[in-house]
Ligand binder design. Sequence first.
Ligand code: TMP
Length: 235
Amino acid sequence: MEKKEKLYEGKAKILYATDNPELVIQYFKDDATAFNAKKKGSVDQKGVMNNSISAKIFEFLGANGVPNHFVRLLSDREMLVRKVQIVPVEVIVRNRVAGSLCRNYGAVEGQVLTRPIFEFCYKNDAYNDPLMNDDHVVALALATEDEVKTIRRMTMQVNDLMKKFFLALKIELIDFKLEFGRCKDGIILADEISPDTCRLWEQGTGVRLDKDRFRNDLGNIKEGYQEVLKRVTGQ
Ligand code: TMP
């Protein structure tokens, strides 16, 4: 597999072309940002840990019928993934109250929701990733009605699967963000699934094992990621 030119650099990852037009290399950086990059920093070894954690979760979801872009790990910071056209929406699911639900609605952190909340946000930093509904997504031609249906169905399936996956590791899945892409087989799950994109609380203690340690200056940031890695990889 030949690594070719840089295609795209985001806040936490870089994509490189390969000699196969259908495959790209996803490289995980240690850079961390929060609050739409108003806060910037880096977490030692985060890229290595997120590469490994994401790979395990994508493998698990793939084995349970959720098509995704993961092909295989290439190195400690790189995975080979299918090239997709990213649908420019961030899909968020919440099982318990945290983060922007507290900020925007005054909801009490930790409150168990009577049912999961499914959200779309427009993936556009220039506009601060605003919350949008299905009508915005379809009417602004970000995705078709069928794609929205598929995304919703796959996302709720991912929520059910990931809640069980993490509970078996004594971790509660509070909320998470997904991104989807188009390829010749239709819509597949893309991007990453890691403590950068999920809120993960240790069952029983509520200890934060995710990027909220960076966002909210809780300390021992690296240790949170390490704990998730340890439990996810069983090492
Ligand atoms: P929020 O409470 O800040 O809206 O975040 C909800 C979930 O989405 C949380 O698990 C963190 C994740 N997330 C991202 O992965 N990227 C983002 O840019 C944002 C705002 C949230």
